[in-house]
Write a protein that binds this ligand. Sequence first.
Ligand SMILES: Nc1ncnc2c1ncn2[C@@H]1O[C@H](COP(=O)(O)OP(=O)(O)O)[C@@H](O)[C@H]1O
Ligand SMILES: [Mg+2]
Length: 338
Amino acid sequence: MKSKNTYNFYEDLDDFDLDERGNERFQRRHPKSMKSSEQVFLHKQDDSRASFQFTYHAARFEEAWLLDSLGAFYEHLWISDVLRKVRGGKEASVYLCRAGEAVEADLLAVKVYRPRTLRNLKQDHLYREGRAELDAEGKQLIDDGALHAIAKRTTYGEQLRHQSWISYEFSTLQSLFEAGADVPRPYEMANNAILMDYIGDLAEPAPALSEIRLDKAEARTLFERLLANLNILLAHQRVHGDLSAYNILYWEGDMTLIDFPQVVSPLGNRNAYRIFERDVARVCEYFARMGVTSQPRKLASDLWTKHGYRVQDEIHPLLLDAENPKDRSLWLEQKRGR
Ligand SMILES: Nc1ncnc2c1ncn2[C@@H]1O[C@H](COP(=O)(O)OP(=O)(O)O)[C@@H](O)[C@H]1O
Ligand SMILES: [Mg+2]
């Protein structure tokens, strides 16, 4: 993985290439459109990264970043082209790719993480509690030096911690997909990128539930589907941790849950139940707007106990903000109730 500073440098330079309205200052020539038959021949002969050129008109340094992040996928014939950016986020960007010969799919999505911002940096200890750190192969990190670097938040440690988030997303997708949950099929993880099934078609990516309205009958069907998925997650010791109508895609009547780097274990994390309850409340709120009413608190506690987990009655102080008067009174109430 490149150092953080290198990426910051890339990104800053890219920003520099944009005018006030965010348009590129100059048009780039694109190698793909100029490929001669000779180049095609060379391309076939030489499967090194050097021949990786794509259709997507990336900003200059974004292109360097993508080549670096996706080169291994290209080399191993997982992808043959990057077609477009599906969504650019603060923490990760998702791109639509044409699948390579090694995959039996036409289109794939690749989620490429930016090292610059780590998810929930301020609160990430809430999610990390009870989670082993994972390395780039998805194996538990046990090396003392590495764990020390993470604890001390050295640059190297931050890189490992970042990798651990990505590994959690990938390994969660793997086990949930195998368990039959509605998640994109994951293919590979390399550097800071995850390759998975693309939901949508060439013309448009699947919208999130938050972007669409469902009629009541369909909302009811999808709500049942969601409950089935929550059951699979709990049966596999996973709480999503950021579940909402924004992280559920809708395509041709089916739902797909996405965005798993912050998963927590119902067993290892003292805040797991609260996090789960919040996940349930958020999705119930969406479905209530679509005409499917439920009792989110009861639902959360029923699901939780059905899987044999213990409900933690109190909110752990780590989840509360001492600066927030509401949180403070909640804490005092809890103390009084003891
Ligand atoms: N497999 C996929 N197929 C189609 N679109 C996707 C896929 N994965 C993510 N997206 C799109 O990219 C957006 C960002 O991905 P997500 O995993 O939610 O990352 P984050 O919210 O952390 O930036 C999603 O809201 C969705 O619009
Ligand atoms: Mg998301």
